[in-house]
Design a protein around this ligand. Structure first.
Ligand SMILES: Cc1ncc(C[n+]2csc(CCOP(=O)(O)OP(=O)(O)O)c2C)c(N)n1
Ligand SMILES: [Mg+2]
Length: 375
C-alpha cells in the first residue's frame, strides 16, 4: 500500500573558511575588522591560557583541568554572538565561552583550584557557573529562555553541550519544552568527537547530531566548528531567530578535542595519533590567521605582540589566582539550601569542630571567616 509522506527532513552543513584559509565568498559574513580581530585575539589568548593551565595542574598548582585545545572557535565565537544581558549556560568545558563574555580567567582558575568563590561573578553578569553533571544545565537553560520570553526584553539563553551529553534525556526534555513554547534558546553541541573514551559513532545512530532538532520543532544545522566564520554566522542567525520569536535552534559544531578529556585522562589509550594529527591540520586558529593575513589585517609583528600580551595577561590572572588566600572550607555549606537538611547541619558542625581542633594544634594557621548564607 503506497504511504503518504507526511513529513520530510534534511540537514544542512555550513562551511565558509576552509583549513587552507580560502573562503566561500557567497557565504562569507560581512563583519567589521574589529570583530574579526577580536575573534582571533580571544582564540589565541585562550589557547595560551589553556596550555598554561594544563602545566599548572601537572605542577600540582591546580586541580583537574579540562583542556579546550582545538575547540577555540566553538568556545569563543558563540559567546561573542550574545549581548551582555543574554544568558550563557556553559558546561564544565566552558572557560573559553566565559572568557569571550569578558570574564577574567582567574575565575576559571579558582573553579579548578577548588575555590567556591569562582562563582562570585561581577554584578550584572548573566552567566551560569560551570556545570559538571553532564546535561543538568540543559533544562535550566530552557527555564532561563522561558523567563526571557516572559520578560519580553528580547533576551536569549545560549547553552553548550558535548556530543556525549546529546544522548542524555535532559536534552530531550529541554528541547521538547523549548520547541513547544518557541523559546529564545540556542543549544550548541560542541561535537568534539569524543565523550571521554566513547567515540561519536557510538553516541547515536543518526548521521548527524543536528538532525535531532527536527524531532522538537527546532531549527537544526551542522557547522564546521573549527571555522570561526561559519560558527559566527550560524550562531548569530540562531540568536536573531530567537530574538524575533522564531524559537530554538540546535546547532552541531563539529570540532575536535586535541587534548585529553581532562588532566585525569590519557587519550592515547583509546585513539590513534593519526586521527589526532588529521584534526591538527584543521586547526581553527591557524585557519583564521591565514584569513586575516589574506585580508592584510595581520602580520608577523602583530602576531609577536599578541603573543607577548597574551602571556602577560595570563600571568596576571595566574598571579591573581595564586595570591587569593585559601577560602574557609565551611563555605561549601553556604548558599545551597533555604533550609538545610539535618545531615548537612551535622556535617557542618563536625567540620567546624575539626577545624577548631586543627587550629588549636596549629595544623591550620589563619582561616578567613566563612562566607555566604548558611541556612
Ligand atoms: C550525570 C553525569 N554522568 C557522568 C559524568 C561523568 N562524565 C564527565 S564528562 C563525561 C563525558 C561527556 O562527554 P561530552 O558530552 O562529549 O563532552 P566533552 O567532555 O567531550 O566536552 C562524563 C560521562 C558526569 N560528569 N555527570
Ligand atoms: Mg565530547
Amino acid at each position: 500500500m503506497p504511504l503518504r509522506t507526511v513529513h520530510e527532513a534534511k540537514t544542512e552543513r555550513l562551511e565558509i573558511l576552509a583549513a587552507d584559509g580560502t573562503v566561500d565568498k557567497e557565504l562569507e559574513p560581512k563583519l567589521p575588522q574589529e570583530k574579526l580581530l577580536e575573534m582571533y585575539r580571544k582564540m589565541f589568548e585562550i589557547r595560551v591560557f589553556d596550555e598554561r593551565a594544563f602545566r599548572l595542574q601537572r605542577q600540582g598548582r591546580l586541580g583537574t583541568y579540562p583542556q579546550i585545545l582545538g575547540q577555540e572557535a566553538s568556545q569563543i565565537v558563540p559567546a561573542l554572538c550574545l549581548k551582555p544581558k543574554d544568558w550563557l549556560v556553559p558546561t564544565y568545558r566552558g572557560q573559553g565561552a566565559y572568557f569571550a563574555r569578558g570574564m577574567k580567567l582567574r575565575y576559571s582558575l579558582l573553579y579548578w583550584g577548588g575555590d567556591d568563590r569562582h562563582a562570585r561573578f561581577p554584578d550584572g553578569n548573566n552567566d551560569m557557573t560551570f556545570a559538571v553533571p553532564v546535561g543538568s544545565h540543559l533544562t535550566q537553560a530552557a527555564g532561563l529562555a522561558w523567563a526571557c520570553k516572559l520578560q519580553k526584553q528580547g533576551r536569549v539563553a545560549l547553552t553548550c553541550l558535548g556530543d556525549g551529553t546529546s544522548s542524555k534525556g535532559d536534552l530531550h526534555e529541554a528541547l521538547t519544552f523549548a520547541g513547544q513554547f518557541k523559546l529564545p534558546a540556542i543549544y550548541v553541541i560542541e561535537n568534539n568527537q569524543w565523550a571521554i573514551s566513547v567515540p561519536r559513532e557510538r553516541q547515536a545512530r543518526t548521521a548527524t547530531l543536528a538532525q535531532k532538532a527536527d524531532g522538537y520543532g527546532a531549527f537544526g544545522l551542522q557547522v564546521d566548528g573549527n571555522d570561526a566564520l561559519a560558527v559566527y554566522r550560524a550562531v548569530s542567525e540562531a540568536v536573531a531567530r530567537a530574538r524575533a520569536g522564531d524559537g530554538p535552534s540546535l546547532l552541531e559544531l563539529e570540532t575536535y578535542r586535541l587534548g585529553h578529556h581532562t588532566t585525569a585522562d590519557d587519550a592515547t589509550r583509546y585513539r590513534s595519533e593519526a586521527e589526532v594529527e588529521a584534526w591538527r591540520q584543521k586547526d581553527p586558529i591557524a585557519r583564521m590567521r591565514k584569513y586575516l593575513e589574506s585580508k592584510k589585517l595581520w602580520d608577523e609583528d602583530q602576531e609577536a605582540r599578541l603573543k607577548r600580551e597574551a602571556e602577560e595577561m595570563v600571568q596576571g590572572e595566574l598571579d591573581a589566582y595564586e595570591s587569593t588566600p585559601a577560602p574557609n572550607p565551611l563555605n561549601m555549606f553556604a548558599n545551597n539550601y533555604a533550609t538545610a537538611p539535618w545531615f548537612l547541619v551535622e556535617e557542618r558542625q563536625e567540620l567546624e569542630r575539626l577545624l577548631k581542633l586543627k587550629q588549636a594544634q596549629q595544623e591550620v594557621v589563619e582561616l578567613p571567616p566563612a562566607e555566604g548564607r548558611f541556612p
